[in-house]
Write a protein that binds this ligand. Structure first.
Ligand code: NAD
Length: 319
């Protein structure tokens, strides 16, 4: 098997590669050619979470698992809070094929999912990007969003305002004016990305204007929540994977409160394959509940392994 360490990933998979790979995975899921297995997610105490996301993509020939989690004490140790490794197996024989560093790949595949939702669901004339959250993932989200719409400015809110300086620097790199704002000014945004580890709704219905697209990316575990459930009741809701959306995604709360039926939630892959028209009017609020699926991890990891093989990179070991 080939070991592709974290340090090689940046040279192997670009954000554009991730966008194409994740769009192909969402389409394969929509066609029933690929499926995610049940997520295992366990609390380890002191806010630490550990688990497994896995799946089988028959179309892409991928079988594998991402093992990892969220370790909130890491930032003070100078390492990122998300830690993960992807393991790929031969779907015919079960033999291990590769072990791949999952940190950057997670950020790239998560930002790609959000950008695909913006590309497919936001109004074409969207000009103001709202960011809720300013942690590790937020910078990737901002860069990916800026690739799919011609934003003219960025407004941002974070519970810990001192973290916004770093996000502002990313906006500056992209040539976008950046302003830290209170949550009620999110009404100015055409697209809002939420990417926090919040345990309760920050963004309320009153903070969102008609016609906005929301990419809700932070809620990936039972008990997390970024937006008020009534917003999901008001919006047309899309997701990467329905089973995850209603159990560990943002929709868990609206569904539990009877404000949203699982039958109303549309897989984003159905929009990619043309089975669903997506946005159905300029005044509609569209909301993507991006929970993060194992198949996303396998797709970008497989791309990294293919490129590493072509270039003779990584470490090959017998197992
Ligand atoms: P991080 O630890 O670097 O940043 C956390 C962010 O959440 C910061 O903006 C912080 O200020 C904010 N925050 C912390 N506590 C809060 C609270 N009580 N209320 C509101 N905001 C709060 O984390 P990250 O790596 O940027 O990840 C952000 C979130 O995205 C996490 O919840 C993570 O699990 C999730 N995530 C989701 C996917 C996916 O595929 N959907 C992938 C990766 C990460």
């Amino acid at each position: 098997m080939r070991i592709v360490p974290e340090a090689l990933i940046a040279g192997l998979v670009s954000p554009e590669d991730a966008f194409a790979a994740i769009e192909a995975v969402f389409a394969a899921m929509s066609r029933g050619e690929a499926r995610n297995f049940d997520v295992v997610r366990e609390a380890l105490g002191e806010g630490r979470q550990y688990g497994f996301k896995s799946g089988l993509d028959r179309a892409g020939g991928q079988l594998g698992v991402k093992a990892g989690g969220y370790f909130p004490g890491n930032a003070s140790r100078g390492i990122i809070n998300h830690q993960s490794t992807v393991f790929l197996f031969d779907p015919e024989t079960g033999r291990p094929v590769a072990m791949v560093g999952g940190g950057l790949l997670t950020a790239l595949r998560t930002a790609a999912a959000s950008a695909i939702s913006i590309d497919r669901l936001a109004r074409p004339e969207a000009r103001v990007l709202g960011m809720v959250g300013a942690g590790h993932q937020a910078a990737f989200q901002l860069r990916a969003a800026a690739r799919v719409r011609r934003f003219e400015r960025v407004i941002a809110w974070n519970l810990h305002p001192e973290m916004l300086t770093r996000l502002g620097a990313v906006a500056a790199e992209l040539g976008l004016p950046f302003e830290a704002v209170p949550l009620d000014r999110m009404r100015e945004a055409d697209v809002i990305v939420t990417i926090t580890s919040s345990p309760a709704a920050c963004l309320l219905g009153a903070h969102v204007s008609a016609g906005t697209h929301l990419a809700c990316m932070g809620t990936d575990t039972k008990g997390k929540q970024e937006v008020a459930p009534d917003l999901l009741a008001r919006a047309r809701v899309f997701t990467d994977e329905l089973a995850q959306s209603v159990s560990i995604g943002e929709a868990q709360h609206a569904v539990a409160q009877g404000l949203l039926s699982p039958a109303q939630i549309v897989p984003l892959g159905d929009v990619v394959t043309g089975q669903h028209p997506g946005r159905q009017g300029a005044e509609e609020i569209t909301l993507f509940d991006g929970t993060g699926v194992g198949l996303q991890d396998l797709a970008v990891a497989a791309m990294a392994v293919r490129r590493a093989e072509e270039r003779g990179q990584g470490i090959v070991v017998e197992v």
